[in-house]
Design a protein around this ligand. Structure first.
Ligand code: UDP
Ligand code: MG
Length: 310
């Protein structure tokens, strides 16, 4: 099978038929064999009924329904596990992403050898204040921290080599950082294609302003995890040592001053600083040890991603 198209959706009943017709048309024109995996993330608006009808008419349409709304990341992750095609495409259900882009995205994976190609909504049709400006800032930060040169990390339209989706796990709200997760898993050939973006025709956006705060917090987690996820002591131990050292220097100073008879111990600011830093250093080391214990018991502690085997 050439293609798996994964569509995460939450309350998008009105869009689904239009989307399916459009996908069918493009696939027919390009003679591609495909499946569409629609992951219904707990919709309450009859989306599932539409998916059942689509499946009945054409078994290339598969459906997976969640018991409740788990979020876009969980929907994508489930779709990744189910996908059977050589190239996997993800796209939003709301008709903001155009299926016309799919053949070229696939070509970039198959012919140009990319592991992952991300769409870039160069001209966006979302509200400026709520999305465009904050998202520029967000993309610049992510680009800088991850070293991946993409303009639009969170574009719903992306293409992957099959291996990539079978090797990564997306959870929480980490769908914003799939390129970062993929790079971390060793898939470094990441490309970008400018894609058409359209206005939302039906339904409403599912993400509010809290996406930005959460987005930044997730970015910090993911950068921390990629650097220190398997060796937390390298992080906590390093700042713990620094803190201990500062505490020690302050302690020597306060003792020297005391021995010279110049001050009473508790009158010196150095006394309090030395206590503070020594206690902080100890706490950081303890955090490091607990982190190591957690890692040691993690089932993935020895998971290396094998590329080839004979
Ligand atoms: N979505 C989902 N689960 C959620 C929220 C959103 O599956 O909890 C889907 C949604 O139906 C759409 C895609 O994720 O297909 C992108 O969502 P949306 O269009 O609301 O985001 P925006 O385009 O406003 O960034
Ligand atoms: Mg949308």
């Amino acid at each position: 099978m050439d293609l798996s198209i994964i569509v995460p959706l939450y309350n998008e009943a009105e869009s689904l038929l239009h989307l399916a017709e459009w996908i069918d048309r493009v696939m027919r024109e390009h003679g591609l064999s495909y499946e569409v995996v629609m992951v219904d993330d707990g919709s309450k608006d009859g989306s599932w009924q539409v998916i059942e009808d689509l499946h009945a008419a054409n078994p290339a349409y598969r459906g997976i329904k969640f018991r409740r709304n788990y979020g876009k990341s969980a929907a994508l992750n489930t779709g990744f596990a189910a996908a059977q095609g050589d190239v996997v495409i993800t796209m939003d259900a709301d008709l903001q992403d155009s299926p016309d882009e799919v053949p070229e995205l696939r070509r970039m994976i198959v012919d140009d050898g990319y592991d992952l190609v991300s769409g870039w909504k160069k001209k966006r049709y979302d509200s400026k204040l709520a999305k465009n400006i904050p998202s520029k800032l967000f993309n610049a930060t992510t680009r800088h921290l991850s070293g991946i040169h993409l303009h639009d990390f969170n574009c719903g339209l992306k293409a992957y080599r099959r291996d990539v989706v079978k090797s990564i796990e997306v959870y929480g709200e980490m769908h914003r950082y799939i390129p970062v997760i993929a790079k971390w898993a060793g898939f470094s050939k990441i490309g970008e294609k400018v894609v058409q973006h359209r206005k939302r025709e039906f339904g409403v956006t599912k993400f509010g302003m809290n996406r930005f705060l959460n987005g930044y917090l997730d970015l910090m987690s993911i950068m921390f995890m990629s650097r220190f996820g398997k060796q937390p002591m390298h992080f906590f131990g390093a700042i713990g040592s620094l803190s201990f050292l500062l505490g020690f220097v302050a302690l020597v100073l306060v003792l020297a001053l005391r021995i010279c008879g110049r001050i009473a111990l508790t009158n010196s600011v150095w006394f309090y600083l030395s206590m503070l830093f020594l206690v902080m250093g100890t706490m950081l080391f303890l955090a490091g040890f607990i982190g190591e214990l957690v890692c040691r018991n993690s089932p993935t502690r020895n998971q290396y991603l094998i590329e080839k085997e004979l």
